[in-house]
Design a protein around this ligand. Structure first.
Ligand SMILES: Cc1cc2nc3c(=O)[nH]c(=O)nc-3n(C[C@H](O)[C@H](O)[C@H](O)COP(=O)(O)OP(=O)(O)OC[C@H]3O[C@@H](n4cnc5c(N)ncnc54)[C@H](O)[C@@H]3O)c2cc1C
Length: 460
């Protein structure tokens, strides 16, 4: 017979958003069951142990100065942040030529002055759009690529297209011009010109997930996928319950909790990637505007690989390990040597449409592509990594992409609800928040917010 659990709240998804909600609710004495489809917790926060000691991030990595809720949670959990090292020259590779440069923008990508001019214009436009709805909708009706072609010079277009790819993991032809402007209102005065990625989590951000899970009264149910969510009448009028049907996920190696079961709860927190919301069956069905709105926010595509070396050899020749590649499949390389580790790590990123080409390569060929990019920027010393660890995020069955969803043209009018209409299901997740969307901080913010909504619902 199928097992039926009863609890106060069922949390679906054990990424940072779901675990933050479960942590908050548990600390208030509310009973929580957490189900997670994959065989590990953390979701898009994922670290790998290195043979040289320490760990490397295959998912989220950096913490910005404005990421207050993440900073505060990390502090509360007794986990340290460590500043990112920024010494040495960066490298720009174009047409096989590697050119060292200082600062954020390589001179050869487009003249710095032209870029600064363009970003100042974009900045002004982005600010005015906050109050000009008609202008915003007009921009939302066109692609970033079309808009850039019409408004900036070719070298500036190339530079800004690069930023779209590496920030949104999508092509400028796929992203709306409004999303480009939005990106600039976040980044122009920040990441593009200064370094907003100031810190990393000591020992890797997956520690945050484990620290949160460690506070829960019962372990996260791994390998268990929510497949059907239904509203059922409760014992008395107005006391409907959420019934979540859970099934052992086919791809999982974990069998801790056996086969299928249902969880009845007074409320649920749904903390899955936005692409996963519409893959769940709902009764009553999701309203069409929400289902279609979510379907129209595709996930970006990214491969993040950690190339492990015996030492950070680039430092001895005055290089930072940060590389911008203007052509080829690898878009960027960033040095990520772990604190306290003895070796050196370079992270290579493949983003946008290149991901689908590179994912289909046999592993050896893909690794040759990654290593060749490192060699083109940092020389022959990069040719023989001790190991290559990689995460192909579009291939992850329960995430299906990263860093998060992007906005194609025609989406500006979608306003995400706090809870799913017709259900006592509160939405959480960095894809479904308006505060620091796309970042760990957004996940933590949304988890806190969902927990507060549940508490308000339970408070007579
Ligand atoms: C390569 C990469 C680099 C990144 N870099 C950074 C960075 O430097 N800084 C930063 O702040 N952010 C970064 N991010 C973004 C950050 O990782 C995410 O914003 C954040 O971790 C998302 O957390 P979440 O809890 O909302 O979702 P997730 O972490 O995706 O967690 C959702 C969980 O739900 C589970 N799930 C899905 N469907 C079901 C189901 N039906 N039933 C049960 N469980 C289900 C999934 O398996 C997953 O574990 C990066 C992301 C990627 C991929």
């Amino acid at each position: 017979m199928q097992e039926n659990l009863t609890t106060d709240v069922v949390v679906i998804g054990a990424g940072l958003a779901g675990l933050t909600a479960a942590y908050d609710l548990t600390r208030r004495g509310i009973a929580v069951v957490v189900v997670e489809a994959s065989d590990r917790i953390g979701g898009r926060v994922r670290d790998v142990m290195l043979s040289t000691g320490g760990s490397a991030e295959l998912g989220a990595q950096w913490v910005g100065p404005e990421h207050h809720e993440l900073r505060s949670l990390v502090h509360e959990l007794g986990i340290d942040l460590v500043p990112v090292s920024t010494s040495g020259l960066n490298v720009f590779v174009e047409g096989g030529t590697a050119t060292p440069f200082a600062g954020r923008i390589p001179e050869s990508m487009a003249t710095r002055a032209a870029i600064l001019d363009a970003t100042a214009t974009l900045d002004r436009l982005a600010a005015s759009l906050k109050t000009d709805q008609a202008a915003l909708l007009a921009l939302d009706a066109q692609t970033a690529q079309g808009w850039l072609r019409a408004h900036v010079s070719a070298p500036v277009e190339q530079a800004l297209a690069y930023v779209v790819r590496t920030e949104l993991c999508a092509e400028p032809s796929q992203v709306s011009a409004a999303a480009l402007l939005d990106l600039y209102s976040d980044l122009a005065s920040d990441r593009l010109l200064r370094d907003s990625e100031t810190d990393r989590v000591a020992g890797g951000p997956e520690r945050i997930a484990h620290a949160l899970a460690g506070v829960l009264t019962e372990p996260v149910r791994l390998g268990q996928q929510a497949v059907f969510i239904e509203r059922r009448p409760g014992a008395s009028a107005g006391s409907d319950v959420v019934r979540v049907h859970v099934t052992g996920s086919a791809d999982s190696q974990v069998t801790d909790f056996g086969g299928d079961f249902t969880v009845d709860a007074r409320a649920a927190v749904l903390a899955v990637p936005s692409a996963a919301v519409t893959r769940i069956r709902w009764a009553p069905a999701l309203p069409g505007w929400l289902d279609q709105g979510l379907q129209r926010r595709p996930m970006g595509a990214v491969i993040k690989a950690a190339l492990e070396y015996p030492e950070p050899f680039w430092q001895s020749v005055g290089r930072s390990g940060s590389v911008i590649l203007a052509d080829g499949d690898v878009a960027s390389i960033i040095e990520s040597t772990p604190d306290g580790g003895r070796g050196g790590v370079l992270h290579a990123f493949v983003v946008g449409d290149a991901v689908h080409r590179v994912s289909r390569m046999p592993v050896d060929e893909r690794h040759r592509v990654l290593v060749a990019a490192a060699v083109s920027a940092l020389g022959a010393a990069a040719a023989a990594p001790l190991a290559i660890h990689e995460a192909l995020w579009a291939e992850e069955p329960h995430v299906r992409g990263g860093y998060g969803p992007y906005s194609p043209p025609g989406l500006e009018e979608l306003v995400l609800p706090v809870s799913v209409p017709g259900h006592r299901v509160f939405l959480a997740g960095s894809d479904l928040t308006t505060v620091n969307e796309g970042y760990m901080d957004g996940a933590v913010h949304s988890g806190h917010a969902a927990a507060l909504h549940v508490v308000a619902l339970f408070t007579p």
